[in-house]
Design a protein around this ligand. Structure first.
Ligand code: CIR
Length: 312
């Protein structure tokens, strides 16, 4: 169910520091540190876990493009390309310039493109002439023919969703109803991933559902309840659940409750922020990896946000 063979990531745009959306007023993002932390993240998947990593180029015109999780919901052999909740982020799934269509080897990078400003590049950049413009959906279809790709906007133009609102536990899909994800989005999700049940969860104040709760292992959900909004969101999650889970409260920051869980060769792996070590240690997951990506916290980015995990 959580077996992972490939990870999709996207490089950090320089425009992230000044241009990324954020709920606070902190503009002190250290872009070099963000890139360093992102590189460590990539190395965990590629070098430590020996997974195939597909790295999309950054697009300076969409400062939040590193948060690729929001653009694709992938479960099993299906992938739903979302229509992002915030209008400025919607072009992230639009035209990308794709390199020659080729299959990736395990550790090779692919460059799907540099920018969505296709015409400019065509005029000035000879190399770009060798490339073609494709949507995220087309790129995924070509790279992963085993995956059935759905486009949210085509199913319902009013549907909105950020992947950060989607929490899959193996038995059910929790879908946040947030400022970014609407009811129509949930309906599309249900159509695409039927017969898996979709449970709507009102997200109170937090940006996304997964800003307050993620799966740390099958049957175990790490949660943050340290502010009234997060507390209410977690209450809503508990009431929506039909399967039973251990809810593990993580203190400190909501970001600490956000971890990446995957399996390789049937064995569980959890990646979490270092300050939450004590709690994750107790979960007794075969592989536990500490990874600091807290520079992204300044623009509301958690650990799960920067990757899409694929089973193929
Ligand atoms: C945003 O506000 O959209 C970005 N600055 C942060 C998105 C984080 N994504 C995620 O939690 N899945």
């Amino acid at each position: 169910m959580f077996e992972c063979k490939t990870v999709i990531m996207r490089r950090v745009a320089n425009s992230l520091a000044g241009g990324a959306l954020r709920r606070g007023e902190d503009f002190s993002v250290d872009i070099e540190n963000a890139k360093k932390q992102h590189e460590m993240y990539l190395k965990v998947f590629r070098d430590q876990l020996n997974l195939r990593v597909v790295v999309l180029d950054a697009d300076e015109s969409v400062p939040d493009c590193v948060f690729v999780e929001d653009t694709v919901v992938a479960i099993g052999k299906k992938a739903l390309i979302t229509q992002l909740g915030h209008p400025t982020r919607r072009p992230e799934v639009g035209l990308l310039i794709c390199s020659k269509n080729r299959r990736l080897s395990k550790v090779k990078f692919i460059s799907f493109g540099k920018t969505i400003v296709v015409t400019k590049l065509h005029k000035n950049n000879h190399q770009a002439k060798l490339q073609t413009a494709k949507t995220m959906s087309q790129c995924i279809k070509e790279e992963f023919p085993e995956i059935q790709v759905f486009d949210m906007k085509e199913i319902d133009p009013n549907a909105l969703m950020d992947g950060g609102d989607i929490l899959f536990t193996g038995q059910e899909i929790f879908a946040g109803l947030s400022k970014r994800t609407n009811k129509a989005g949930h309906e599309v999700l249900q159509k695409v991933f039927h017969p898996l049940p979709v449970r709507s969860v009102e997200v109170d104040d937090e940006l996304h559902l997964k800003s307050a709760a993620t799966l740390a292992a099958p049957g175990k959900i790490t949660v943050f309840t340290g502010n009234p909004g997060a507390k209410q969101t977690v209450e809503n999650l508990k009431s929506a659940a039909k399967s039973s889970y251990d809810f593990i409260d993580i203190k400190g920051k909501s970001t600490f409750a956000n971890c990446v869980y995957l399996e390789k060769d049937g064995k569980g792996i959890v990646i979490h922020q270092p300050p939450a070590k004590e709690v994750y240690e107790k979960l007794d997951i075969p592989t536990r990896i500490e990874l600091d990506t807290l520079e992204f916290d300044k623009v509301d980015g958690c650990l799960t946000c920067s990757s899409v995990l694929l089973s193929v």
